[in-house]
Design a protein around this ligand. Structure first.
Ligand SMILES: Cc1ncc(COP(=O)(O)O)c(C=O)c1O
Length: 381
């Protein structure tokens, strides 16, 4: 049996998405900047997708621009603001952001910016009161992710953005993992990053929400596409596929994924000794279960699961090839050896209960065998 439980890394494309994209590749393949009818038709497709996106997020069409990834949206949000408002040199973020935010902030730090990296508690939540105290007149932006990609923690970004608004500080959120899964009210949010491939859309397409009135400077120079904010011929099939993926997500599916997640967590907790769940039980992504298996080496567990056709990850996809402990697991206070035994299981609408049962049976067998071989596992257990 093949079971894909790495949907936090990327997802299988929805057939409806592929159908709509295929039409663009084969029929409306013009360049949206061309003046002939094929070009105008391609532009219409981009406009339609933008409208669908805007309707879904209850924003206006000018407030969304398409880019090539969630990472690019994060870079553009932070760097674009820094270029447009150069007098403000302080940025606040958290220690468990995606590298697209952390590396961008580090880059700015090397160029004279002061960055405050907020600690998180053991569930991965920032201290909102502390954040309020740290806001200054020269704070450019606060960037706090909506949902964490490794441990699934959902931040109360409505409260955080409200505080920022009161203090006239921009608020950006990386909503790559939460889009379509968690209700998003963009009321006080100034900028938000999204990515298509986490929601059964194509890879290599992202979007950035920019509230009306906010100035931003482009970081990719060239033609005047996307209102001059993002040069480069639009990825028309990708943009159309993104809109289709977003509007295809149903609440019913989210409920079913949540049930699968809860069933999985409950059985693992009950049937395998010496394990714990990372992140909160309630305020967590519907499709995420991050579990630490004590006295087990995560990479070993991953490869044994892989041999049984089960795909999972040890941390986020971008850090799973490194043997360093994930910055997220470190920030929530996990001991080094426990962090190393952590596996991220991320579900999707394509998973079934039968698959989950197979994964649990496999886990029980592999964990028992690995512990038998571990010199650290006490014999009396
Ligand atoms: C929270 C978060 N932000 C940003 C990204 C980057 O998105 P993309 O893969 O589209 O660059 C990811 C992808 O893993 C993510 O999980």
């Amino acid at each position: 049996m093949k079971v894909y439980l790495d949907n936090g890394a990327t997802t299988r494309c929805d057939e409806k998405v592929i159908e709509r994209m295929k039409k663009i590749y084969l029929k409306n393949y013009g360049n949206p900047s061309s003046l002939h009818s094929l070009g105008r038709d391609a532009k219409k497709e981009v406009d339609r997708a933008r409208k669908e996106f805007a309707n879904y997020l209850k924003i206006s069409e000018e407030e969304i621009i398409f880019v090539a990834s969630g990472s690019e949206a994060d870079n553009l949000a932070i760097k674009g603001l820094s270029l447009a408002y150069p007098e403000k040199k302080h940025i606040i973020t958290s220690k468990i952001e995606h590298p697209a935010i952390l590396r961008t902030c580090e880059d700015l730090e090397r160029n004279g910016y002061e960055i405050t990296y907020l600690d998180v508690n053991k569930e991965g939540l920032i201290d909102i009161k502390k954040l309020k105290e740290l806001l200054r007149t020269d704070t450019l932006v606060v960037s706090i992710m909506h949902a964490n990609n490794e441990i699934g923690t959902i931040n109360d970004i409505e409260s955080i953005s409200k505080i920022c608004r009161e203090k006239n500080v921009f608020f950006h959120t990386d909503a790559v993992q939460s889009l379509g899964k968690v209700k998003l009210n963009l009321g006080n949010i100034d900028l938000a990053s999204f990515s298509a491939h986490k929601i059964h859309g194509p890879k290599g397409v992202g979007a950035l929400y920019i509230k009306k009135g906010i100035r931003l400077k482009s970081i990719i120079k060239g033609g005047g596409q996307e209102r001059g904010l993002r040069a480069g011929t639009e990825n028309v099939p990708g943009i159309v596929g993104f809109a289709e993926a977003l509007t295809s997500l149903s609440e019913k599916e989210i409920e079913r994924i949540t049930e699968l997640r809860d069933y999985f967590i409950e059985r693992v907790m009950k049937e395998i000794k010496e394990v714990h769940l990372n992140g909160p039980l309630k305020e967590r992504l519907c499709n995420n279960a991050s579990i630490s298996f004590h006295y087990v080496e995560g990479e070993g567990l991953l490869y044994h699961l892989d041999a049984k056709g089960i795909a999972v990850s040890t941390g986020s996809a971008c850090s799973s090839k490194s043997l360093q402990v994930s910055h997220v697991l470190r920030a929530i206070g996990l001991k080094h050896e426990i962090a190393h035994g952590t596996i991220r299981f991320t579900f999707s609408k394509y998973n079934t209960k039968k698959e989950i049962d197979y994964v649990i049976d496999s886990l029980k067998e592999i964990v028992t065998n690995l512990r038998k071989m571990s010199p650290l596992y006490p014999e009396e257990k």
